[in-house]
Design a binder for this molecule. Structure first.
Ligand SMILES: Nc1ncnc2c1ncn2[C@@H]1O[C@H](COP(=O)(O)OP(=O)(O)OP(=O)(O)O)[C@@H](O)[C@H]1O
Ligand SMILES: [Mg+2]
Length: 469
């Protein structure tokens, strides 16, 4: 039987909680104050603790501090009337699993407790699987982050093409244009290109052309002479000069204003430029890598980007597909991101439950890998660095653009002149969503129920942007 320690100096509350727990099939152990709680944690080995904050002698915060190192295995739920924001903040900071204030709803207590136990169990499973994997490798130490660890992950076909393109481009000094939606990894690709090129020992200089006001972009790129304009009280060395022998990365190159585009074109054609306000012509051998999330041909057509510059930048082009087109990479990316968070915060057992992985696989990720990173960091915090469950992934992330589910099929309005295809698509969308909901988002069961393959279901979920619980 699962043993739960109830530590509260208020006899009525303690008894009520104990009775509730026993009725739910747990075995309640009672402690009357902080010292008693610490003693019973040691001797009775409970699997979770319901802890009051204000108790005579050692209080709840003291108890949390003393068992701090064990909190990953021993979830503590603070149940208290005492305190406001400060107590809640401090309890969570010290590692409490959750904080409920009195008067509390008994259902809430049970729900929180069950969730904590489930998470603890899943985390223990992950830890033992990892330990086993290490034993099988004949390695009994924690995996160390090593220099050989790949900085870019992605085993899918799309990323493989990107890696191959980086390798090919790294053999030459030709300009490279990296295109991709925001957050797809353009900067990472630029850095990898530099590191794998013959210029790896030289500098990698990044200029964020999008963040610079028009008046500053030229002095940033080319430098300026002393006295060339008000405020130019010293000579300034520009990024092209700094990048000598290395790579200059023009990030968000699509944002460069037209007048500066002419000067940049000259660098690409003749490898020369002058500092702002200067007369001396300087040479640069920097390799030019640029990136943009814009559709440059369209910018050219609209007269916002010089066509000749576009062709010069675009000698080699590396296109990174958006994350929603390479769903295969999501598990590996998630794993990579979680390992990094574990190292950063000294967590152990941070991972995704199967349901949580499904939720992130079916999300659209308009912000691509960057959005995935942010969302997992948020979820990891909510999961206290342990197993991430679907409820830890904030609703904003996974359901913002998902349609409201209809419980019965609603005929599209004015469907008289809709093509049959569109009407059938509406029916299909409705039927599949209903199937998913009926199976609580379990795709295997939903596919069975609908009589289609898991792969087909997966495609439909993406096509119709369906909600998976
Ligand atoms: N294949 C990948 N493997 C590991 N991490 C990745 C990968 N792709 C992107 N990232 C991570 O995602 C984040 C966004 O990447 P990056 O800054 O390179 O994207 P970007 O295309 O330049 O985005 P933006 O348009 O927002 O500037 C970074 O933290 C990066 O480390
Ligand atoms: Mg970027």
């Amino acid at each position: 039987m699962t043993r739960i320690l109830v530590a509260d100096d208020d006899r009525t509350i303690r008894r009520n909680l104990a009775r509730l727990l026993n009725a739910e099939g747990f075995q309640a152990i009672e402690a009357v104050d902080g010292d008693d709680a610490l003693e019973k944690i040691r001797t009775e080995l409970p699997e979770a603790v319901l802890l009051d904050l204000k108790m005579p002698g050692k209080d709840g915060l003291d108890v949390l501090a003393e068992i701090g190192h064990r909190l990953a295995e021993l979830p503590v739920i603070v149940v208290t009337a005492f305190g406001g924001s400060a107590a809640a903040i401090e309890a969570m900071r010290r590692g409490a699993y959750d904080y409920l204030s009195k008067p509390f709803d008994l259902d809430d207590v049970l729900l929180t407790l069950k969730r904590a136990l489930r998470q603890r169990e899943l985390t223990a499973e992950v830890m033992s699987l990892r330990a086993k994997a290490r034993d099988d490798d004949g390695d009994d130490s924690e995996p160390e982050p090593s220099a050989a660890e790949p900085e870019m992950v992605g085993k899918g076909a799309a990323m493989r093409e990107v890696f191959k393109a980086i390798g090919l481009a790294a053999r030459t000094d030709e300009p490279v244009l990296i295109i991709g939606e925001s957050g797809t990894g353009k900067e990472l690709v630029a850095a990898a290109l530099h590191r794998h090129s013959a210029r790896a020992k030289g500098p990698f200089v990044r200029v964020n052309c999008g963040a610079l006001p028009e008046s500053l972009i030229e002095t940033e790129l080319f430098g300026h002479e002393k006295g060339s304009f008000t405020g130019a009280d010293k000579q300034r060395i520009g990024r092209f000069e700094r990048a000598r022998g290395g790579t200059i990365f023009l990030d968000e190159v699509g944002e460069i204003p037209l007048p500066s585009q002419a000067k940049l074109l000259r660098v690409l054609q003749r490898h020369e430029f002058e500092r702002v306000g200067g007369t001396e012509t300087l040479q640069t051998d920097a390799r030019i890598v640029s990136a943009t999330h814009r559709d440059l041909p369209r910018e050219v057509a609209a007269g916002r980007f010089r066509e000749d510059l576009f062709y010069r930048l675009n000698v080699v082009r590396i296109a990174i597909p958006p994350l929603r087109e390479r769903v295969d990479d999501i598990p590996e990316l998630a794993e990579h991101i979680l390992r990094r968070l574990e190292r950063k915060y000294g967590w152990h057992g941070l991972s995704l439950s199967d349901e949580a992985l499904r939720a992130i696989e079916t999300h659209d990720w308009p912000g691509n890998v960057r959005e995935l990173e942010n969302s997992l960091a948020r979820a990891a915090i909510a999961a206290r660095g342990q197993v991430i469950l679907p409820e830890h992934i904030s609703k904003d992330d996974t359901s913002a653009e998902h349609p409201v589910v209809t419980t019965s099929f609603v005929r599209p309005e004015n469907d008289d002149d809709l093509p049959l295809r569109a009407i059938l698509a509406e029916v299909e969308r409705w039927a599949i969503q209903r199937g998913l909901d009926a199976c609580d988002g379990n795709r295997t069961r939903a596919a069975e129920r609908l009589g289609i393959s898991r792969r087909q279901l997966f495609d439909k979920i993406r096509e119709y942007n369906l909600r998976v619980k």
